[in-house]
Design a protein around this ligand. Structure first.
Ligand SMILES: C[S@@+](CC[C@H](N)C(=O)[O-])C[C@H]1O[C@@H](n2cnc3c(N)ncnc32)[C@H](O)[C@@H]1O
Length: 275
């Protein structure tokens, strides 16, 4: 049965029908969550929540985990010298439907900072732009960003590298380093060996550690359909040409917490004549 399912999926991938099929599945699952949550922030429609997490469009998960991520990123940034209570320029790369932005953007902007969010998905961004504080723009799956070099204090990306092929991940690491100020930080989550052993599809788990970068469902890059699984050592190696690792928080097997790399750019991005 599993074999048949795999063949059907491969057929859909090859014919390009996997996109509409995957979106149909998401819409169907979005109808299943029923509890409404009022946390004092704008709440997106369930169909959009579904696109950024496999939680059936669950508003409770969206609210609680978004706040938890915002607090964790704020604490990590502070521990490494970027205080979000002061004016800082921040980019939420792959911001989705603002799960974290709805908590961080108001606070950052009240402190006199600048908040931007970007994503490859226009529908998610339209909702963010209409409902949240900050500036939102669409970017392509591959860099560059329409931002000047050395213009940001913090770039964070939650659960974005988990959906990118290795070459794309490498290209984004270089682009993030380009837009960061020399004193800036990147906070990037990814699927390390611990997270993989707890949460990867079963066929992926035995490969972890034996293959450095594993792609599951090799189609629709950037969407939840494709997932990428690696190790802390290999993620650090991908970042090594341009970043120093300030901290590496391991993922968890017992709770769906991805690993977090806190990175400091070593690449200063400026020629001798540009100061
Ligand atoms: C699992 S969702 C997470 C969204 C959001 N960061 C959050 O934590 O709720 C992954 C997001 O990354 C976006 N994405 C994937 N590849 C991207 C890329 N190359 N540039 C910007 N966004 C990307 C997807 O469109 C999607 O919104």
């Amino acid at each position: 049965m599993q074999q048949v399912r795999r063949l059907v999926r491969r057929g859909l991938e090859l014919t390009g029908l996997i996109g509409p099929y995957f979106r149909w599945i998401e819409r169907r699952q979005a109808g299943r969550a029923s509890v409404s949550v009022d946390d004092g922030r704008p709440m997106p429609p369930r169909e959009l929540i579904m696109v950024v997490g496999a939680a059936g469009g669950d508003e409770g998960w969206f609210s609680k985990e978004g706040l938890a991520d915002a607090e964790q990123f704020r604490a990590l940034a502070l521990a490494h010298g970027v205080d979000l209570a002061e004016p800082q320029d921040v980019l939420d790369l792959g911001c989705g439907v603002g799960r974290i932005a709805r908590w961080l953007a108001p606070e950052l902007m009240a402190a006199g900072g600048g908040f931007q969010g970007c994503d490859v998905n226009q529908r998610l961004l339209d909702w963010c732009a209409a409902n949240l504080q900050g500036r939102y723009f669409v970017n392509a799956l591959q860099p560059p960003l329409p931002l000047p070099e050395a213009s940001l204090d913090l770039v964070y990306a939650k659960s974005v590298f988990t959906h990118l092929r290795e070459d794309t991940a490498r290209a984004w690491l270089a682009e993030i380093a380009r837009v960061l100020r020399p004193t800036g930080l990147a906070i990037l989550t990814f699927a390390d060996e611990d997270f993989t052993l707890g949460w990867a599809p079963k066929p992926v788990r035995p490969k972890v550690g034996r293959q450095r970068y594993i792609i599951w469902n090799d189609a629709l890059e950037g969407s939840n359909y494709m997932s990428a699984w690696t190790t802390r050592e290999h993620f650090a190696a991908l970042a090594a040409p341009i970043f120093d690792v300030a901290e590496m928080v391991p993922g968890r097997r017992d709770w769906p917490a991805q690993a977090i790399a806190v990175l400091r750019p070593r690449w200063h991005g400026r020629g001798a004549d540009s100061g």
